[in-house]
Design a protein around this ligand. Structure first.
Ligand code: GDP
Ligand code: IMO
Ligand code: MG
Length: 430
């Protein structure tokens, strides 16, 4: 049975949620493997809008198991409020359809404090984080002082974890001029939330192995995008996890051989939220047009997303680093009616043309895109459900993208609605 990993191939917000929701009909298990509630996925089903941050995008379908893997950083309070919100929309969430890895590190209020304090102190040099405490929580994980989900089950273990946590954070907070941690308050809050999240805790690695042995299909759901990857993204303007396909294995406890198909989600143009280099960014009317028509406002923070032309150099690079076998091209409809379209095919830097994004931050900031121009189309692609419904120039644009990124289109999305999706190759049976 094929298992599929979905990853964002740009700077996030490519439409992963919509595609994962659509694909989850064909899957048995949907597993998140990195990131946290910095993610924001909007799903539209028969006109009804669902916004998910931590819950896997398979949660809306009956009879599917949603899994939060150990690679995620989990804010238990955010989880409980998201569960309540989605249940309020008529979705049932219980231990039959949601499990969380016991070894998942928690995001605590202290992480959110630190995230915000650092961003404010950085001024112009800020990263533009979502302020959810993601970076500081991952720091504590690799610093071996995280409180993990399973630790909530035992008061004595929790005390020992608090010792380690405070030994690190209190001196840090004193240095930053903020109050030290109120240990009693933190302990009380953790013990209060524990009974609400512990019922979901399970050895996910074992459960997934059993599912796999019994022939179930697993859909791994990536958050963020490959250019926000801690190793291969536009460092330091990145998130604090590996966002690439390889993370699906370590972020859930499965071997690398469990991944059969990597589907990269690619927007038909480019967007980015937060600071950092963006070679094809448009500070003009075209950029504004993309933002308005594409409704490019962040789900999590409500910030405006920066918009620009499609960058084939970047997507070819991320398809390579994530081992993408096919892409889902989304938001083609946003380009409807534009007279001409540009695609970045290389970067000019110091008299040379590069076919990849250099690693040095200073060079990333200086590259200028080399463009080729394509004709736009007059007809509409919005809501198209078959290839035959697409105007000729739209097909040409898609074919040119495939050529430049050296990867075929497996799915095409033409509106936010679940069913406005064209299947070219089924990732589960490829
Ligand atoms: P994610 O973080 O990758 O899941 O993406 P987001 O949900 O943050 O952002 C994608 C936005 O585009 C959402 O509002 C989706 O409803 C919407 N969307 C997804 N696919 C399409 C599409 O093909 N066309 C249009 N117009 N909107 C889409
Ligand atoms: P989804 O899953 C777009 C960006 C933030 C910031 C950087 C670091 O919806 O695609 P963090 O809070 O993670 O430390 O912020 O990463 N970022 C995202 N941008 N989509 C996301 O998720 C993002 N998650 C984080 O804007 O630039
Ligand atoms: Mg998003």
């Amino acid at each position: 049975m094929a298992n599929v990993v979905v990853v964002g191939a740009q700077w996030g917000d490519e439409g992963k949620g919509k595609i994962v929701d659509w694909l989850s009909e064909r899957a048995d298990v949907i597993a998140r493997f990195q990131g946290g509630h910095n993610a924001g996925h909007t799903l539209v089903i028969d006109g009804k809008v669902y916004k998910l941050s931590l819950l896997p995008s398979g949660i809306l379908r009956k009879g599917k198991l949603s899994v939060i893997g150990n690679g995620v950083v989990l804010d238990p309070w955010a989880l409980v409020s998201e569960i309540e919100k989605i249940e309020g929309q008529g979705v049932t969430i219980n231990t039959d359809n949601l499990v969380i890895a016991e070894n998942t590190p928690l995001i605590l209020p202290v992480h959110q404090d630190l995230d915000k304090i650092r961003e404010e102190a950085a001024g112009k040099a800020k990263i533009g984080t979502t302020g959810r405490g993601i970076g500081p929580a991952y720091e504590d994980k690799v610093g071996r002082r995280a409180i993990r989900l399973a630790d909530l089950a035992d008061a004595e273990t929790l005390e020992r974890r608090l010792d380690r946590l405070l030994a690190h954070h209190d001196p840090l907070r004193r240095g930053l001029g903020v109050a030290t941690i109120d240990r009693d308050e933190l302990r009380t809050r953790l013990l209060d939330i524990a009974p609400k999240v512990l019922p979901y805790a399970a050895p996910v690695w074992k459960l997934l192995s059993e599912k796999r042995k019994s022939g179930k299909r697993i859909l791994f759901e990536g958050a963020q995008g490959a250019l926000l990857d801690i190793d291969f993204g536009t460092y330091p303007y990145v998130t604090s996890s590996n966002t690439m396909a390889g993370m699906a294995a370590t972020g859930t406890g499965m071997g690398p051989g469990s991944i059969d198909f990597v589907l990269g989600i690619v927007k038909a143009y480019t967007t980015r939220v937060g600071e950092g280099p963006f070679p094809t960014e448009l500070d003009d009317e075209v950029g504004k047009h993309l933002a308005v028509v594409g409704r490019e406002k962040g789900t999590v923070t409500g910030r405006d997303r920066r918009c620009g032309w499609f960058d084939a150099v970047l997507v070819r690079q991320t398809c390579t680093t994530s081992g993408v076998k096919g892409i889902a091209l989304t938001k083609l409809d946003v380009l409807d009616g534009m007279k001409e379209l540009k695609i970045c095919t290389g970067y000019a830097l110091d008299g040379k043309v590069l076919d990849y994004l250099p690693t040095a931050a200073e060079e990333q900031a200086r590259v200028t895109p080399v463009y080729e121009t394509m004709e736009g189309w007059e007809g509409s692609t919005a809501g198209a459900r078959s290839w035959a419904d697409l105007p000729g120039a739209a097909v040409k644009y898609v074919r040119r993208i495939e050529e430049l990124i050296e990867c075929p289109v497996a799915l095409l999305s033409t509106s936010p609605e679940r069913e406005d999706t064209i299947l070219v190759t089924d990732p589960f049976s490829d």
